[in-house]
Design a protein around this ligand. Structure first.
Ligand SMILES: Cc1cc2nc3c(=O)[nH]c(=O)nc-3n(C[C@H](O)[C@H](O)[C@H](O)COP(=O)(O)OP(=O)(O)OC[C@H]3O[C@@H](n4cnc5c(N)ncnc54)[C@H](O)[C@@H]3O)c2cc1C
Length: 319
């Protein structure tokens, strides 16, 4: 068994996901405790160039036509062989629909322990996981022999996992990937008639705390006064109070505005993973223990209905 930390790079349609860089930063911290190396594991087809800015000691590149697009089936087969052969100390996956899918099946297939929703590591190689929707932080020893870990964003900035120097890339053998049960038939694009919230500089985000559809008008009025756009967490979208194109989170869009103003949003991991690239997060919530305050630069413990109309009026007058 080695003391190296493997990071399974997540990428889709030529774009490396931010969680990959967050994991490289986390792996660096963990590798200091294990005295191992940080190894980025890149699966793809003609995708070697994606590795150019990884802050890793080495990149293991697995190239195969069946790895051109993500399928859980092909990733599981390729990674099962690699992990069994190399036996690293830990393998980090994104706690995303891609990473959680692959890591959980590999845990079962290889009989290896799985640590879920890990946010960071300590200098003694302990993991800190956020559980119960982010309300509880659990600390524990990294299990042996090889710990599979799914990582949530928030513990490290993606920029910490980037490097100006390209790491050395080694091509690694790919097992036979015939008889795969799952293949990608097509990508389904979301409707595009609406604004693209991933490009908006000022977002007014509403969560379940907004209570009903009529109250969305309050957020709209604030957005108009400030010159921003309204977006929402999943319960708001599921209720049909705003279109799917306004959904922020794992199942919606990742955003990176200058200001993300979160009103009545608890800060579940599936939401937070999509907002950590915002310059400034401001959160308003009646619950002082709401996890959104862990990522917010400014937090207001307050009822949104006591704040929003006054704020809108103040902005209008200031203009
Ligand atoms: C596979 C999967 C994918 C998911 N994808 C997404 C996704 O893309 N995006 C997403 O957002 N979620 C997603 N979720 C759901 C996610 O887990 C949470 O359930 C969701 O983000 C919670 O939304 P919320 O914060 O609006 O609601 P809640 O968690 O119910 O929080 C409401 C918050 O409002 C506060 N509040 C209530 N009233 C007031 C008031 N008057 N003033 C101020 N604060 C108030 C409460 O204190 C609470 O913190 C996903 C879940 C799964 C399992």
């Amino acid at each position: 068994m080695s003391q190296d930390i493997y990071v399974v790079i997540e990428h889709l349609r030529g774009q490396v996901a931010d969680i990959s860089y967050t994991m490289l930063a986390a792996a660096r911290e963990l590798s200091r405790a294990t005295s191992g190396k940080v190894i980025a594991v890149l699966l793809g087809h003609n995708a070697k160039n994606l590795a150019r800015d990884f802050a890793a000691d080495q990149v293991l590149y697995l190239d195969h036509a069946s790895l051109a697009e993500f399928t859980s089936d092909a990733y599981q087969k390729a990674l099962a062989e690699l992990i069994s052969k190399d036996q690293p100390r830990a393998v980090l996956f994104g706690n995303t629909s891609i990473g959680a899918d692959v890591a959980s099946v590999l845990s079962m297939r290889l009989g290896l322990p799985l640590v879920n929703s890990c946010r960071s590591f300590t200098s003694e190689a302990k993991f800190i996981s956020q559980i119960c929707g982010g309300k509880i932080m659990a600390e524990g020893e990294l299990p042996s022999p090889t710990a599979l870990v799914t990582m949530v964003p928030g513990g490290y900035q993606p920029d910490q996992g980037k490097s100006v120097e390209s790491p050395p890339v080694t091509e690694s053998a790919v097992p036979a990937l015939e008889a795969l049960r799952v293949t990608l038939s097509k990508y389904i694009e979301p409707e595009s008639a609406d604004v693209d919230i991933s490009k908006e500089p000022l977002l007014i985000a509403v969560g379940r705390g907004i209570q009903n559809k009529d109250n969305i008008e309050l957020a709209d009025a604030l957005a108009q006064a400030i010159g921003g756009v309204v977006c929402a967490s999943r319960p708001v979208i599921d209720q049909g109070w705003l279109p799917t194109s306004r959904l922020v989170g794992k199942s919606g869009k990742h955003v990176k505005p200058k200001i993300y103003f979160a009103m009545g949003i608890s800060g579940a991991p599936e939401h937070v993973e999509a907002i950590t690239q915002s310059d400034t997060i401001i959160a308003v919530n009646t619950d002082p223990r709401a996890p959104i305050f862990n990522v917010a630069k400014y937090g207001v413990e307050m009822d949104i209905f006591e704040l929003v109309e006054t704020l809108t009026e103040t902005v209008k007058q200031a203009k």
